[in-house]
Design a protein around this ligand. Structure first.
Ligand code: UGA
Length: 436
C-alpha cells in the first residue's frame, strides 16, 4: 500500500516509519526543507528511542522517503495521512486548525483516483466534516473518503505503542475506506490489536476523552498525595492499593510535579473549550487544568520549604528538565514553572538533563547554568531536586553527591528513592505524598 504522511513531526515521523516497517511504501512530507534534508541525511529532528535505526532500516530497504513535494507524494498514494500540528490557538485555547485546513487544500489539488484521507492529528469533533468540505470545495472531481484515526503514542515509548497498541480507533463513514484502512492496519492482526471502527465524530472525541481521563487520573493521585503528606500516609502504597482494583488499574497513578508535554495540557484545554461551546461544560476537566497549573508552582514552594523557607542567594540543582524521561520535549514541562519560581525567590539554578539540554536552553535560556553530569549539579547546591525520573538518576551515588553539596537536602518530585535509602546517607529528604 502506498501511503503519504503529511507532516513529519513527532506523530508523522513515528507512524510513517512504523507503517514502512510493516512493509508499506511511505513518503513523509514536510514544508520545512531543513528538516527533510536532515532526515535524508539520517538525522532525527526529535529524540525518540529506536527511531534513528527504524528510519535508517526502512530508507535502506526502499520503503521510506522524505520530501517537500506534497503533490507528487499525494498523487501516488492510496492513503494520505494528515499529521500536521494542531497547537493551541493564541488567546482562546481552541485547537488551531490552520495547518490542517491548508493540508486539506493541498491534498485536494493533488489527489489522483480514489484516495482515503486520514486525520491523525488530534482534532476537535467535526474537523473531519470540515476537511471533507474543503477538499470537495477545492476540487469538485476529487474522489476521497475522509477518515479519523487518532494517535495514542506516548513520547519515549512511541514505537512500541505503535506496534503493540491497546487499540486502533478508526472513524469512518465510507465502506471503500473501511477496506483500505483494514489493509493499512492488517500487519497488526498478528499482535491481535483490536481495530475499532466507529463513526468519525465519535473517533475524534475518543482521543480527547482518553487524554482528558488520563490527565484527571494523574491529577487525582496528585491531590491524594497532598493529603497523604498531611495525614501521614504513603501515596505509593495508596496507588498500589487502589490500582490493584482491576476496575481502576495501576497505570497513571504515579504522583509527581503535575502533568506536562505537548498533549495533555493542550488537549484538556481544547476539550473544555469545545464542551463550553456546545453548552455542555466538563467541570471535572476544567478543575483538573486549574489544579495542575497550580501544582507546578507549588513544587517550587516545596523546594523552598525543604531549604528552611528561604533560597535567596542559594544554588538549587535540578536533575531532569524534560516533561518526562526518554524525550527531549520541554513543552509545558513542570521544570519551567519550577525554575521561574526559584529564580523569583532569589535562587540560582544549575541543571542537567540527559537529552533535553538543547531544548531546555531554547525555553529557559540563561536562567539556568547547564552542567555536564548529574554530579556537577551538586556543586555548592543547597538542595538537589529530582524533577524528571530519567533512569540515570535512579541509582545515584548519594555519598558522592553529598560531598559536593553545600547542604545535604534532596527533594524527590518523582519518588524515585525510598526515604530510608536517602536518610541513611545523612540527607534531609522530601518527596511527594510520603512522609520521610
Ligand atoms: C499522552 C498519552 O499518554 C498518549 O496516549 C497520547 O497519544 C499522547 O499524549 C498524545 O496525545 O499524543 P505523552 O504526552 O507522551 O502521551 O505522555 P504521558 O506518558 O501520557 O505523560 C503525560 C504527563 O503525565 C507527563 O508529564 C508525565 O510525567 C505525567 N504522568 C504520567 C504522571 O505524572 N504520573 C503518571 O502516573 C503518568
Amino acid at each position: 500500500m502506498k501511503i503519504a504522511m503529511i507532516g513529519s513531526g513527532y506523530v508523522g515521523l513515528v507512524s510513517g516509519s512504523c507503517f514502512a516497517d510493516f512493509g508499506h511504501s511511505v513518503t513523509c512530507v514536510d514544508l520545512d526543507q531543513g528538516k527533510i534534508d536532515a532526515l535524508n541525511r539520517g538525522e532525527m529532528p526529535i529524540y525518540e528511542p529506536g527511531l534513528d535505526q527504524l528510519v535508517a532500516g526502512n530508507v535502506a530497504a526502499g520503503r521510506l522517503f522524505f520530501t517537500t513535494d506534497l503533490a507528487s507524494a499525494v498523487a501516488g498514494a492510496q492513503v494520505v495521512f494528515i499529521a500536521v500540528g494542531t497547537p493551541s490557538r493564541r488567546g482562546d485555547g481552541h485547537a488551531d486548525l490552520s495547518y490542517i485546513h491548508a493540508a486539506a487544500r493541498d491534498i485536494a489539488r493533488a489527489v489522483d483516483g480514489f484516495t482515503v484521507v486520514v486525520t491523525k492529528s488530534t482534532v476537535p469533533v467535526g474537523t473531519g466534516d470540515e476537511v471533507e468540505r474543503i477538499i470537495r470545495e477545492t476540487n469538485h472531481e476529487a474522489d476521497v473518503a475522509v477518515v479519523s484515526n487518532p494517535e495514542f503514542l506516548r513520547e519515549g515509548a512511541a514505537i512500541a505503542d505503535f506496534k503493540r497498541p491497546d487499540r486502533v480507533v478508526v472513524g469512518i463513514e465510507d465502506e471503500r475506506a473501511r477496506q483500505v484502512m483494514s489493509e493499512v492496519y492488517r500487519p497488526l492482526n498478528l499482535n491481535q490489536a483490536p481495530v475499532m471502527f466507529t463513526e468519525r465524530r465519535t473517533s475524534e472525541l475518543i482521543k480527547y476523552a482518553a487524554n482528558a481521563f488520563l490527565a484527571v487520573k494523574v491529577t487525582f493521585i496528585n491531590e491524594i498525595a497532598d493529603l497523604c503528606e498531611k495525614v501521614g500516609a504513603n501515596v505509593q502504597e495508596v496507588s498500589r492499593g487502589v490500582g490493584l482494583d482491576k476496575r481502576i488499574g495501576p497505570k497513571f497513578l504515579h504522583a509527581g510535579p503535575g502533568y506536562g508535554g505537548s498533549c495533555f495540557p493542550k488537549d484538556t484545554v481544547a476539550l473544555v473549550k469545545t464542551a463550553q461551546d456546545y453548552d455542555s461544560p466538563i467541570r471535572l476537566v476544567e478543575t483538573t487544568i486549574a489544579v495542575n497549573d497550580q501544582r507546578k508552582r507549588a513544587m517550587a514552594r516545596k523546594v523552598i520549604t525543604a531549604c528552611g523557607g528561604d533560597v535567596r542567594g542559594k544554588t538549587i540543582g535540578l536533575l531532569g528538565l524534560t516533561f518526562k524521561p526518554n524525550t527531549d520535549d520541554m513543552r509545558e514541562a513542570p521544570s519551567i514553572s519550577i525554575v521561574q519560581a526559584l529564580i523569583d525567590a532569589g535562587a540560582a539554578v544549575r541543571a542537567y538533563d540527559p537529552e533535553g539540554m538543547a531544548a531546555a536552553r531554547a525555553v529557559l535560556d540563561e536562567k539556568v547554568t547547564y552542567v555536564a553530569s548529574a554530579y556537577d549539579v551538586a556543586d555548592d547546591a543547597a538542595a538537589i531536586v529530582i524533577v524528571t525520573e530519567w533512569d540515570a538518576f535512579r541509582a545515584l551515588d548519594l555519598a558522592r553527591l553529598k560531598e559536593r553539596m553545600a547542604s545535604p537536602i534532596l527533594v524527590d518530585l518523582r519518588n524515585v528513592y525510598q526515604p530510608y535509602e536517602v536518610l541513611r546517607h545523612g540527607f534531609s529528604y522530601s518527596s511527594v505524598g510520603r512522609v520521610a
